[in-house]
Design a protein around this ligand. Sequence first.
Ligand SMILES: Cc1ncc(COP(=O)(O)O)c(C=O)c1O
Length: 367
Amino acid sequence: MNDTSANPLRPNFRAQPFWNPTHIPAHEVGQPIARMDLNECPFPPSPKVIAAITAAASGLNRYPDGTCPALTEVLSKRLDIPAEQLCYGGGSTQLLTSIAEISVAPGDELLSPELIWRRFSGVFNVVAANHVSVPNRPDGGIDIEPLLAAISKNTRLLVVLTPNNPTGMMLSQAELVRLAEQTPDNVLLFIDEAYFEFAAHAGGADAVEILKNRKGPWVVTRTFSKAYALAGLRLGYAVCSSEEIANALRLVTSTFNLTGVAEAAVLAALDDTDYTNMILSTNAVERERISRGLQQQGFSPMPSVTNFVGVDVGKPAGRVVAEMRERGVRIATFGFESAGSCIRVSTGTAEDTDAFLAALPQAIAAI
Ligand SMILES: Cc1ncc(COP(=O)(O)O)c(C=O)c1O
């Protein structure tokens, strides 16, 4: 019975652990906690969004139209992209896996920078790809030239996040143009822009606008989880360079992966620009307070434009996270051995920032 060939699972799925990032242990339930580990929005959705959700709830007896026709009409106009080239996922997380599935067969090469959101290791595992990762620059930024140089004849997919998670740093317009122009036409260039709205608020580039000029295939994903305060609703979208790519994604994401309530909520959120602007400007204030506080404690936080800050605190990150949790503040590690003393702290309310800055020196002293 120990013969693993009798296991019907594909080899890359056998005996895999599963880590649930939202799990709250029983002893923490009901305890006051600063939730600064998942890059969530600390504010509830806008009142207009909640009203739209309530109104849409009466239609829940019907299957939704997963092509989100009303939302597609709005996004198509805003982005100046044909409607057929837009598709949706249960959060952009679902799309990340689907993008790998439509492009990479087992043994094909998939290329990315080394510092990348830890969820991607699960994505890469699904397709059993040969994952080639290229070291980031010493400052944590994505090193574009070595990344382009690492493209081989076997590369099918190039994955780049801007702004990147866990560093919070974004690529410049020139770097994105270089990626768009130099990635060969037989490689799918995938840009994850989950933090796009924060980057735009900080004056950053727009990958969709840049990639429109690319000859080869591309996909950009964005989400309503962050700047629109809708992480619990699960709706993200992909902007694709062709209907063929969007249809391939639609095939693997399934027809009924979304809810009509989510589409109604997102339409209301896109309309409530005052509320989104409040979220973006409050976030910028707290991000700055976190960064300045870290500097005052002698650290050098990475120059984030997002709703989180990465910083090397010089102590094993897992231990720092555990000590902070003991003190009622949840933060995250970078999720990589090679970034072993780097932590990632999400922006929250002003009180969350205070709690984080007060607890950090104690946590570090306890190690
Ligand atoms: C880089 C990146 N991409 C995608 C996501 C997933 O967002 P969603 O809630 O749309 O699945 C996250 C969430 O933290 C992220 O950091």
